[in-house]
Design a binder for this molecule. Structure first.
Ligand SMILES: NC(=O)c1ccc[n+]([C@@H]2O[C@H](COP(=O)([O-])OP(=O)(O)OC[C@H]3O[C@@H](n4cnc5c(N)ncnc54)[C@H](OP(=O)(O)O)[C@@H]3O)[C@@H](O)[C@H]2O)c1
Length: 280
């Protein structure tokens, strides 16, 4: 990878704009993560308790020989662990599984809390207050949310004191939530996009195939480059060394404005994961 640019969080931390995703259901390969760190210069890894690979990541980072402080590690708090004391416990347990003393970024994974007798708003606020304390204690260098829509963020702003440093949301050519992107920008929240390849669906779209030809890069590189040129932090996932290397080689070319516009036109609102639209 050519030098990976960073995005500055509201607390001054520098988050590499390109990271490596991990996930459950075949979303993890030890060798691929070690390769990404050693050979591709990847310095940002995204995971979650939910993905069940935090322990494996600890082993991969150790084996890579890359110093802990040089790798940005994001993990996520699962709704089953929401609530003040559960959150604190879950954070320490994630740190233990990852073999680290601190997390670079800790995200609330999903806005729905599913706790009988408690409103989502109340539970999100209680959980966030625990995250604020974990941040103050230095256990989390940055804290954020994922899949939060504007109303969720507005409520959190009224109920709590620290504005999330990051909101991680689905973002690819078919899913461009421009209102949230703009809202985050106005509020000083870094917008991070997940599923940049639309889980592979974007890789066979004719417009993207045509651009891949034109720029002599692959469809995947076009999608990742497009996110980056929009200033959106992006975390493509692959378990294959060759693809990880390919996904990292996105800093040596530039999409023209007209092509950025053509890609913008591909938005059709589809979600390739879950859709938080109806979460109260
Ligand atoms: N916060 C959330 O709620 C949330 C939700 C979903 C995802 N995420 C995060 O976002 C990351 C990425 O999302 P995702 O994995 O769902 O979707 P994605 O990155 O859009 O697509 C991944 C898929 O594309 C394939 N792929 C990767 N690079 C490729 C290439 N160069 N050529 C052809 N195929 C390629 C992968 O297969 P192989 O592995 O076989 O290469 C995999 O099937 C996740 O790992 C996770 O960290 C967060």
């Amino acid at each position: 990878m050519l030098c990976c640019p960073t995005v500055t969080l509201s607390n001054g931390l520098e988050l590499p704009i390109l990271g490596l995703g991990t996930s459950h259901n075949g979303g993890y390969s030890h060798e691929a993560v070690v390769y990404a760190l050693q050979e591709c210069g990847v310095r940002h890894i995204d995971t979650a308790k939910r993905y069940g690979c935090e322990e494996y990541l600890a082993k991969a980072v150790r084996e890579s020989g890359v110093p802990r402080q040089d790798v940005w590690l994001t993990t996520k708090l699962w709704p089953g662990d929401y609530g003040y004391s559960n959150t604190k416990q879950a954070c320490r347990a994630s740190c233990a599984r990852l073999g680290v003393e601190y997390l670079d970024l800790y995200l609330m994974h999903w806005p729905d809390c599913m706790v009988p007798g408690r409103s989502n708003r109340e539970m999100r606020a209680e959980t966030w207050r625990a995250l604020e304390e974990l941040y103050d204690e230095g256990l989390c260098r940055a804290i954020g949310v994922s899949n939060f829509l504007i109303p969720h963020l507005e409520e959190l702003k009224e109920d709590c004191s620290i504005v999330p440093h990051v909101n991680q949301v689905e973002y690819h050519p078919f899913q461009q939530p421009e209102e949230i992107v703009q809202y985050c920008q106005q509020q000083g929240i870094v917008f991070e996009g997940y599923c940049p390849l639309a889980k592979g669906q974007a890789l066979s779209h004719p417009t993207i195939l045509k651009m891949a030809d034109k720029y002599e890069h692959t469809p995947s590189q076009i999608c990742i480059r497009w996110s980056i040129q929009n200033g959106v932090v992006t975390i493509p996932k692959s378990t294959k060394k060759k693809r990880i290397l390919e996904n990292c080689n996105v800093f040596g070319f530039q999409l023209e404005d007209t092509d950025m516009v053509s890609l913008r036109m591909l938005h059709d609102g589809r979600h390739v994961t879950w859709d938080p639209t109806h979460v109260p």
